[in-house]
Design a protein around this ligand. Structure first.
Ligand code: SF4
Ligand code: SF4
Length: 193
């Protein structure tokens, strides 16, 4: 993705964004960022990101909501926690990346053709329904969502090898008491409103 260099005026910034992300990620510490760059230099995915983690934190602090939520960075975060354990200000950077993904999905502004948001949503759907993930069905549903039904064909030989070794199954795994899980998820989502 090409980074657009443009001037953003004060009135275009969303100054409530910082408080929103602080609250949702339980990260009061964001304001303490000293822009040291330890997070970016610790990040194994930084070369693929449009904005490095240091810049994402700065943009959250200063209200660049639109740019942050449309960024590829949270979707490329591998949740390795290297940044979070090394941050001298104890900022929960990985947790913030998760919050940004949820916010982007809620606002429907995530990169549309990018497979990771589709994968995350399909995985969530399956786990919320069955209490278990089923890798094969997550991948199939992800490609259907991306309107690319023949996408999985290029992974046929890997898939068959995984099936032979029992690592991939056509069966959708389910937990026993799914009603209890559904009640729990309902209570959580009502509590979050
Ligand atoms: S490591 Fe922490 S303090 Fe340093 S730039 Fe990253 S978030 Fe800010
Ligand atoms: S948790 Fe995410 S942002 Fe932090 S270092 Fe790992 S990949 Fe990078």
């Amino acid at each position: 993705m090409e980074i657009q260099e443009k001037v953003k005026f004060e009135e275009e910034l969303d100054h409530s964004f910082l408080d929103e992300i602080k609250e949702k990620s339980f990260s009061e510490e964001i304001s303490r960022c000293i822009q040291c760059g330890t997070c970016s230099s610790s990040c194994p995915m930084v070369t693929y990101m449009d904005y490095p983690p240091r810049k994402i934190i700065a943009m959250v602090k200063h209200g660049f909501k639109d740019e942050v939520l449309k960024s590829f960075t949270p979707w490329l975060c591998a949740s390795c926690y290297s940044c979070q354990v090394r941050c001298p200000s104890d900022i929960k950077i990985t947790d913030i990346m998760y919050t940004l993904k949820r916010e982007a999905i809620e606002a429907k502004v995530y990169p549309a053709k990018f497979p990771i948001p589709a994968l995350a949503q399909e995985m969530h759907k399956l786990i919320a329904k069955n209490g278990r993930n089923s890798e094969l069905w997550v991948v199939v549903n992800m490609y259907l969502r991306l309107k690319n039904p023949f996408g999985p064909l290029k992974m046929t030989s890997t898939g068959l090898n995984l099936m032979k070794t029992g690592r991939l199954s056509l069966k959708k795994e389910k937990i026993k008491n799914r009603k209890q899980l559904h009640k729990l998820l309902k209570a959580v989502s009502e509590g979050a409103k």
